[in-house]
Design a protein around this ligand. Sequence first.
Ligand code: GLC
Length: 543
Amino acid sequence: MEGISQSRSLWWQRGVIYQIYPRSFADSNADGVGDLLGITSKLDYLSWLGIDAIWLSPIYPSPQLDFGYDITDYTAIHPMFGTLRDFDTLLTEAHQRHIKVILDYVPNHTSDQHPWFQKSRSSLHNPRRDWYIWHDPAPGSGLPNNWLSVFGGPAWTFDKQTGQYYYHAHLPEQPDLNWRHPQVREAMRAILRFWLDRGVDGFRVDALRHLMKDREFRDNPLNRGIGPRRGTFDTLSPLYTTDLPEVHEVMAELRRELDTYGTGGEDRLLIGELYLPINRLVRYYGEGNTGIHLPANFHLITTPWDADKIAQLIIEYEAALPPDSWPNWVLGNHDRSRLASRLGGVQARVAAMLLLTLRGTPTLYYGDELGMRDADIPPEKIQDPVEKNLPGQGLGRDPARTPMQWYATANAGFCPSTVTPWLPVSSDYATVNVTIERANPTSMLSLYRALLTLRHAEPAFSIGDYISIEADEANGHLLTYRRQWQDKSFLIALNIGDEAQTLATFALRGHIVLTTQLDRQGEAVTEELNLQGNEGVIVALQS
Ligand code: GLC
């Protein structure tokens, strides 16, 4: 729970990360798809908002079957997004504004169009054959075992030309690399160096838990948990295909590569995409902090939105963190339903206050700062392969990936009105957009900006101690805690329910610095604090 001193803290411990889905942020060349120059043109907005780093979902050449997570060249830029020169411009312009740039790194699989796979599938004896995971057909069905793809159906596809199956944790067009092959490891490390040499500040490592699979190809056991959806990945427990101990060796290797860069090490950041229970998630920090700097903590997305359950989650997570590791929290991303749709608009404000006052690096998802919601996608506009493979199960990711809403004009200013954007713009764009919300002092955007400004002004929120307030001292639907740094202390009280609540402040006195409705600043607090339903309040305590 303890904070750190300002001089010892690193940029990614003090900072806030903002995820950009490049296809949907800003389209500079009027082709209906966002691009790098579009992002560069919005850096002033991001700087105004007050974030410290941007993480870009993949921008590399790709057939775009999984929208960039199927890569054919790891060290180039897809022409749709621009050129390497555009990338360098973005990097320079971002750095001039003190914004770090984090790239998506997809080590688990390539596109089936990648030259490595093209060679690998060309013959049993090609030197690249073992760069991927091939298996002879089994008697009977032919499938080597029961392993399933995250995107539905078997994780094995038969290749007629060479008479073997290859493994893919995701689409058949995303064959998994064989990380037991030393040349694969070296080739993938070289990719890190390519971007680090160019000046990028870190990587978000995609699908990290999938990196190693059982050497003996044992069947995964049935998932006895409640109600797995038929035909989906959840039908089985991925015991032999995810979170294998050898993944930890790989991540330590990646970390060593990063640590050779920057002054004093730890300057470049590794984030890992890991959907895992807390006890297994925290192992990714590595023995003596030699692993991933930030194993992404998605538990605020997956935990029911209830004060007690969130309080328990925070306690459990804080207690599980190994010494000297740094926490992190995420409320939304390009794979999950949007925050404002999951919780509703007013509670999404409370969630924003939680995210930006908790101890640990927060990651924001583009558009959540406006309160963008899941958009309706008409059937003929569906893009996501998950929705196409597993229709109608609510798994499709298009609704959370629609164009960023900049203006109240047609296409929300994402692209010209004469162009059809790759996904439809959400219908609420006339009221939910940057321009309108910037002018409204009580909008969601104004709340995010106020929270970010406060987080930067007061080290208590970024690097200070976290002090939980036990449930029986608080009450009902209230989630309460303190943040403290040197002689500055703040009380955060979040009403997760829709009824008014009163918190006895046990002789603590102070004044309100921010509320989720941005309406009570300066109000004195003595003895008790009254909260409206769905209201969050930050109180500066008198020392
Ligand atoms: C990760 C990405 C997701 C992608 C998958 C396969 O989960 O976040 O968008 O489809 O990996 O690369």
